[in-house]
Design a protein around this ligand. Structure first.
Ligand SMILES: Cc1ncc(COP(=O)(O)O)c(C=O)c1O
Length: 427
């Protein structure tokens, strides 16, 4: 076994160029070309806490984190131990049968759900799958057809979720998609009021749009959406797949708005960055539909026993360390830095948006996003611009990040903006 430059044991036998060449040949050639041109052709080697190393041993602070998949840090030792221990007793488990791991997790989720009101759960493997289930549950429970989503919303690439996505480029080649999906501008209650009615099964929204460019709605938006849903007998699905698990300074982002959705979808960091598991949590009254249709929805690997054990350890870690508090504390240091950068480089940084460690920098032009990714990568920071809006760069570091690394990222931003404003590139 080789040692990598970072000093860890390495199982890598191929170098960076060989891996990219094979990836291009067998998986996705255009992805290789595009990421290379943005300086994001990272071949991940060692990973630890807020860091990732490339296979040559260069360290980066990971500000992408799989769009919020590594809230507990990368390769968190406590979660690794939980997975190892689980392997002593469990395998995936039979999806038809019952197990202690499944009910332990279900009970835990019910107890930590917003206001303890989402007592029931259906597990999945992927986020899109949990959204699909939430939409099925809404249509099945209400016997209504219409699903309202938001422009620029992002809910995954599976069947129902893709139909609800707010970006035409992702949907266009696959039409016709599911009927009766309509989209409204995000954050606009009047627009929702015009379309919601007795045909609406559900309204599906992210509490902060991630892929859409870190769009934080007005404070009054979600209480207003909740009210409109109640008045029209429609269900409210909140997609916390990206915002959940402490990311925004609370365990779940909808707690900032004081509302409880009918269905809450969570995923990504629930698996501690080590084992895929997602969940749709829902109110007890919706269980009537499941009661009448007990075998209406299956997922072979969804809520596997190993996944449940890992999720329990992950939730325990998040609670024990109150990671949401660190998200807000570190987020404030970022904010002070962003404020300075905005004054120093007004021609580059137009605006920033933040809740906890869910952060977005909006650059003055579309060209800045890819250039900033490139400059930051050279300075040890991995960050990516949003597919929906290349002016916006998302910063979602692990929630275990500490001050020293926050200052490192801010320094890299300062130097990168300095290089761009002088028209020089550090290389
Ligand atoms: C808000 C949101 N919903 C749904 C998904 C889809 O999750 P998955 O990629 O696990 O299907 C994502 C993934 O980025 C997301 O950010």
């Amino acid at each position: 076994m080789k040692k990598n430059r970072a000093g860890g044991k390495s199982t890598h036998h191929l170098d960076h160029d060989q891996i990219l060449k094979l990836f291009g040949q067998h998986i996705n050639p255009s992805k290789v070309r595009i990421l290379k041109s943005a300086g994001l052709d990272l071949v991940e080697g060692k990973r630890e806490g807020p860091y990732v190393w490339d296979v040559s041993g260069n360290r980066f602070i990971d500000c992408i984190t799989g769009a919020g998949s590594f809230n507990v840090g990368r390769r968190n030792p406590e979660i690794i131990n939980a997975l190892k221990e689980a392997l002593d007793d469990y395998d995936l488990g039979g999806f038809l049968f019952f197990s202690e791991a499944k009910v332990q997790l279900a009970e835990k989720l019910a107890s930590i759900s917003p206001q303890g009101l989402l007592k029931c759960v259906t597990f999945g493997c992927g986020g899109g799958e949990s959204i699909d289930f939430a939409i099925k549950l809404s249509r099945g429970s209400t016997l209504r057809p219409t699903v309202i989503t938001a422009d620029r919303g992002y809910h995954g690439h599976t069947g129902f979720a893709l139909s609800g996505i707010g970006r035409d480029a992702y949907r266009k080649p696959f039409g016709p998609l599911m009927p009766e999906f309509i989209r409204v501008p995000y954050g606009d209650l009047d627009a929702l009021k015009k379309v919601i009615n007795e045909n609406t099964a559900c309204v599906l929204l992210e509490p902060i749009q991630g892929e859409g460019g870190i769009i934080i709605p007005p404070e009054s938006y979600f209480p207003g959406v909740r009210k409109l849903c109640d008045e029209n007998g429609a269900l409210l699905i909140v997609d916390e797949i990206q915002t959940g698990w402490g990311r925004t300074g609370k365990l779940f982002c909808c707690e900032h708005y004081g509302i409880v959705p009918d269905i809450l979808c969570v995923g990504k960091s629930m698996g501690g960055g080590l084992y895929p598991i997602t969940a749709a949590l829902y109110k007890e009254e919706l269980q009537d539909f499941i009661f009448a249709n007990p075998f209406i929805h299956f997922s072979t690997f969804g809520g596997s026993d190993l996944g449940c054990k890992v999720a329990l350890a992950t939730i325990d870690y998040i609670e024990k360390n109150q990671l949401w508090l660190n998200a807000e504390k570190m987020g404030m240091i970022f904010q002070q830095g962003f404020e300075k950068l905005k004054l120093q480089y007004p021609q580059i940084l137009a605006e920033y948006r933040r809740k906890g460690l869910m952060m977005g920098l909006q650059y003055a032009s579309e060209h800045m996003g890819p250039r900033m990714s490139f400059e930051l990568a050279k300075r040890g920071v991995i960050a990516v611009f949003s597919a929906n809006d290349p002016r916006v760069m998302r910063f979602m570091p692990s929630l275990v990040i500490q001050k020293e690394d926050v200052l490192f990222v801010l320094d890299a931003l300062d130097k990168s903006m300095g290089a761009i404003s002088k028209g020089v590139s550090h290389g």
